[in-house]
Design a protein around this ligand. Sequence first.
Ligand code: DGY
Length: 324
Amino acid sequence: MKPRVFVTRELFPDVIEKLGRYYDVEVWDRYQPPPYDVLLEKAREVDALVSLLSDRIDCNLLKQAKRLRIVAQYAVGYDNIDVECATNLGIYVTNTPGVLTEATAELTWALILAVARRIVESDVFVRWGEWWRTRTGWHPHMMLGAELKGKTLGVVGLGRIGSRVAEIGKAFGMKIIYYDVKRNVDLEKALGAEYRDLDTLLQEADVVSIHVPLTKETHHMINEERLKKMKKTAILVNTARGAIIDTNALVKALTEGWIAGAGLDVFEQEPLPPNHPLTSFKNVVLVPHIGSATYEARHAMAELVAENLIAFYEGREPPTLVNR
Ligand code: DGY
């Protein structure tokens, strides 16, 4: 009899078919995540689980999942999983690093450019007829934004995605500074980046881009005090996890003009409610957690999930094991 796997959202049919050669696969085929009680019930029945960042895989669930041996997360971030608890119970946790680096770095740049050059605001201005109504035509002061060449990009977290964002920043002619818990001198040299402590980075950077995982240490790392350190002309971009920034503090910063704008792909509360204060700022660009949302990245993520599960099935170490 094949081992059983519960996949908490539809992936790609070719990958599911491949998995089906090794596992008895059950897929939750809705757009909404399975409710916690359903997840718990399924986890109790299966040997393997494919989880998404919106699935809460806590210690309560893991302890009740007596057959469960592996949780294969369809994301690079895994803050939704109690990894320590899984490790204590001998349950493997895997993730999907590497394959979504380009997609996420490119979206980060899309947000930086969109905020710096007021792309969304300009689109609305044209689309909703304001340009027509005001009869402005070409105007020297219309939709003025900020140029990036010669400015300073502050990368918070110089991992795979942060490094790629830095590399692209170089191509824009920006000076690159970074903060990371671990200083990496070789990488620094390769990227032409300079190390700063976080507070200095926030003071110096014209664009601050967040690329750290969400942990107890990084939760609300960008708080009121730190937002006050940023330049009034600076842009803050977050494609990592919403809770790294204290949302209430960010709303205050935007209301009181401590910073010039923000580009946000991730939120403390997802989905973001339509009347949330963040939706009221023209200088904020909001997208619905689509960092890795390219066909290439999402398919490669699914392939990597399958590779991890197949390796586990064959008694090999899963290639991207988190808790080795
Ligand atoms: C991740 O992988 O952690 C992203 O947030 C979603 O792709």
